[in-house]
Design a protein around this ligand. Structure first.
Ligand code: GLN
Length: 460
């Protein structure tokens, strides 16, 4: 049997090889210096049959989640020297189940971005389409899984930051229901929207990692209990009714690809599907930003230079500064919270509309991203940037759960399909996603239990 130490070495070699080549992916900011020692301990436990549920799984972590002794830089110069003094709750749970942290993954600065280009440590290259952006903000987490630098990873998703890069890098990424995963130890961006979630090479691995990190945590007041039965994830659910989201997408090839996948799957399982238009979805981006600006401004006030060395306004990049200035403006006393409250009202409408829709449908499906990723460094307008999470941010506003799974390619660029289920219905979400994966998985993703193998999983 291949040991955790051997598998770790294969991944480390792969990272090093890419770093030396002209195709630097720039997904990993820091390697865990104790990884080999920790792998040895895990191997001993495996030998004695005492290892936990994540035994030997090798995991990269977005650089905005605290891992004891590693740097949670948030992709920023501001926290460049910040060494985490503790483990986030999700990390504690992973370690308890013998998952191995390989290192910290690159990301947009303070998770503010769409493409992975706002990181102070350089953009992440898309492993599946070199030269294009990997998508953001969990760019390094998704690229690491896609480039075979690890088995799985953790990202955070406030408006699409797990699903967007998962879509562009051809991997699976889950945005859990708001509250189902503890945020304790996540460096917040917008606290009423942030969720930590798993990224993996297939749905079953994403479900496995979610199962470990989920659950109520006294240290996170809004966290909720959440239950999934891992064995049932493999079962194809019956009588599923899909709502196909009717949303204007300029690149029709993307919608056609998704439609085709839905058609094939619905036919195979005798499910039903119907087009559905959501009235408020077009307001999502306009609702999302006042909330993000206000909450981001508030949570960055602690970065005033006294505790962490650098004052954020003096050391951050332009995207973060734009949000701080915007947030400081709309938070001014004379506005009496008007913009924030208006956005909260609009958010309620979006939430209600999703709730109503889920009375009729088991899930909603749409492309994860309604556009193809741009070239690294290419200047695109802010309106074009906003398109990246036009279809993902509504689900952060509604608090429901959503997953992006690979749905094929256009011009050799991976395209993700987003499946959305009602709050706390992760079990059903995984089942539907897994059913799609069985029918539609075109790309042969390497099996995570062996980093050197590109073999197809059974039944695919
Ligand atoms: N692209 C969105 C933003 O920049 C989402 C970021 C995120 O989910 N962290 O705000």
């Amino acid at each position: 049997m291949v040991t955790t130490q051997e598998r770790l070495q294969t991944y480390l070699n792969q990272i090093e090889m890419h770093n030396k080549s002209g195709n630097r992916i720039n997904a990993i900011l820091e390697i865990n210096p104790n990884a080999m020692e920790e792998a040895k301990l895990i191997d001993e436990k495996i030998k004695k049959k005492k290892a936990g549920k994540l035994a030997g799984k090798i995991i990269a972590v977005k650089a905005n989640i605290n891992v004891l002794g590693l740097h949670a830089s948030c992709g920023s110069k501001v926290l460049e020297n910040y060494k985490s003094p503790y483990d986030a709750e999700v990390i504690k749970k992973i370690k308890e189940e013998d998952g191995l942290i390989i290192g910290m993954a690159n990301c947009d600065e303070f998770a503010c971005g769409w493409s992975g280009e706002t990181s102070a440590f350089g953009a992440t290259n898309n492993p599946k389409s070199l030269g294009l952006v990997a998508g953001g903000s969990s760019s390094g987490s998704c690229a690491s899984v896609s480039a075979d630098f690890c088995d799985m990873s953790l990202g955070s998703d406030t408006g699409g930051s797990i699903r967007v890069p998962a879509s562009h890098c051809g991997v699976v990424g889950l945005k859990p229901s708001y509250g189902s995963v503890s945020r304790y130890g996540l460096i917040d961006m917008s606290m009423s929207l942030d969720q930590v979630g798993p990224i993996a090479k297939n749905v079953s691995d994403a479900a496995l990692l979610f199962d470990i990190i989920k659950g109520k945590d006294e240290k996170d007041a809004i966290s909720l209990g959440s239950n999934i039965n891992l064995k049932e994830v493999e079962e194809v659910p019956r009588d599923i009714k899909i709502g196909i989201l009717d949303f204007k997408i300029n690149d029709l090839r993307i919608q056609n690809l998704i439609d085709k996948k839905i058609e094939e799957t619905v036919k195979k399982y005798k499910w039903k599907s119907e087009k559905i238009k959501l009235e408020y979805i077009d307001f999502a981006v306009a609702t999302y930003f006042p909330i993000v600006y206000t909450e981001f401004f508030s949570c960055t006030r602690r970065l005033d230079g006294r505790r962490f060395g650098k004052k954020i306004e003096e050391a951050c990049g332009p995207e973060v500064l734009r949000r701080i200035l915007g947030g400081s403006e709309i938070s001014k006393a004379e506005h009496a919270g008007r913009y924030y409250h208006l956005a909260l009202k609009a958010r309620k409408l979006i939430e209600e509309e999703f709730k109503k829709t889920f009375r009729k449908f088991d899930c909603l499906i749409c492309p994860t991203v309604p556009r193809l990723p741009h070239k690294i460094g290419e200047k695109i307008s802010i309106e074009e940037m906003f398109q990246y999470d036009a279809l993902t941010s509504p689900i952060n506003l509604s608090g429901d759960c959503a997953i992006s799974i690979p749905a094929g390619e256009i011009d050799k660029i991976p395209i993700g399909m987003q499946i959305i289920c009602e709050k706390l219905n992760e079990q059903k979400l995984f089942q539907i996603a897994r059913s799609f994966e069985k029918v539609n998985l075109q790309r042969v993703l390497p099996n995570s239990s062996n980093p050197t193998a590109g073999s197809r999983r059974k039944g695919e």
